[in-house]
Design a protein around this ligand. Structure first.
Ligand SMILES: Cc1cc2nc3c(=O)[nH]c(=O)nc-3n(C[C@H](O)[C@H](O)[C@H](O)COP(=O)(O)OP(=O)(O)OC[C@H]3O[C@@H](n4cnc5c(N)ncnc54)[C@H](O)[C@@H]3O)c2cc1C
Ligand code: SF4
Length: 326
């Protein structure tokens, strides 16, 4: 591992001032330190942002919540207000990693964790995300767990976060401190498709500091999270669905659907949501909506199973909510 210096920031301004050149912010370190051990990340300086005053969960009178970027994943999952008003967020967090990792991992770090594509993590292999222009061996190689939606000939990686999928469903906004001021970015605008520059996972610039996440209130429709993975813990999603639905008099008044494990970003299934709005609350409507969303899928040789899995999961999650099962 390359040697590096370590600094602990006390304020957001300290963190920004300390972030020069090859610096990385350090949250819980559960992803960054692994990548440093592998030689994928080689920062000359780490600026620890876990002691910034961004460690509170503030419930607001309108039913929304502001979550500090340094809040640990396990504290967020266990927060009584989150469990009561946004159980889908708690479920998604608890579906991720392990208890020990969730105790260490922060909200900011979870949002910006990197893909687990095996080639990205192996510095002896080409990878457009890690070494731009070197190629994407996953397209012809090992890709059974990679993207079927929104990918490009440059990269077929998936975003690994469960939490971000629930936050997409909840229309969350990310608070960012930049050198030139503060900004609030819709979660869906934080992430980007790989296009011809997969080295950038997000629309953030180097040095931008995430200070928190806002979820607007009131909570709205009932929602739940379901994740399919290769083993019961320590496994990333093959496909996950955060689904919410509001049924009135047998018709779907509104719905929200976000998919994980299928794209370079949490995938908000807006086409499916459009199909469902006003439709009868039947399995046939759910199947039609899922098929409409997944029409755009472009599976590779070994990941076509994700298309039917995602469709079935959408139907199962929303069907359970319609049937009153949680
Ligand atoms: C074995 C294992 C299994 C896992 N399984 C899952 C899973 O199933 N689902 C899942 O969602 N996750 C899973 N994880 C990932 C885990 O959730 C992430 O590693 C964790 O959330 C990252 O948080 P962190 O605070 O440790 O981030 P760090 O490792 O500290 O940082 C990650 C990135 O975010 C940047 N960063 C951190 N904080 C900020 C900030 N405030 N502003 C700007 N940039 C910042 C860092 O510079 C770095 O680039 C797993 C991890 C492991 C090791
Ligand atoms: S899918 Fe993306 S991360 Fe994986 S090898 Fe290709 S370019 Fe790299």
């Amino acid at each position: 591992m390359r040697s590096f210096t370590y600094a602990r920031a006390a304020t957001a301004q300290d963190a920004l001032d300390a972030c020069t050149g090859e610096t990385r912010y350090l949250g819980g370190g559960t992803n960054l330190v692994d990548l440093m051990r592998l030689g994928v990340e080689t920062p000359g300086k780490l600026v620890d942002v876990t002691r910034l005053p961004h460690d509170a969960i503030e419930h607001r009178p309108d039913g929304g919540v502001l979550i500090g970027a340094a809040v640990r994943n396990s504290d967020l999952a266990a927060d009584p207000g989150v469990r009561e008003r946004f159980p889908v967020l708690s479920e998604a967090l608890l579906a991720g990693a392990s208890g020990q990792i969730r105790n260490q991992a922060t909200v900011g770090g979870n949002l910006l964790q990197r893909t687990r594509c095996a080639y990205f993590q192996d510095v002896s292999k080409p990878c457009n995300k890690r070494a731009p222009g070197s190629g994407c061996p996953a397209i012809e190689g090992e890709h059974h767990n990679l993207a079927v939606l929104g990918a490009s000939p440059s990269c077929v990686a998936t975003h690994p976060s469960d939490m971000a999928v629930a936050l997409s469903l909840l229309d969350a906004r990310v608070r960012v401190r930049r050198r030139d001021g503060e900004d609030v970015v819709a979660l869906d605008s934080l992430y980007r498709d790989p296009g011809d520059d997969p080295s950038r996972d997000t629309t953030l610039d180097p040095g931008d500091l995430i200070t928190g996440v806002e979820i607007p209130g009131p909570a709205g429709m009932p929602a739940k999270y379901r994740k399919v993975r290769e083993r019961a813990s320590f496994a990333f999603a093959l496909v996950s669905v955060a689904g919410g639905i509001d049924v009135r008099d047998g018709r779907i008044h509104d719905s929200r659907i976000a998919l994980g494990g299928v794209a370079h970003r949490p995938w908000r299934a807006r086409r499916a949501e459009d199909v469902l709005r006003g439709a009868p609350a039947t399995e046939e409507s759910l199947r039609r909506a899922a098929a409409t969303e997944l029409e755009r899928a472009e599976p590779l040789r070994d990941n076509g199973y994700k298309v039917s899995l995602a469709a079935n999961l959408i139907v199962a999650v929303l069907g359970d909510l319609i049937g009153g099962r949680s």
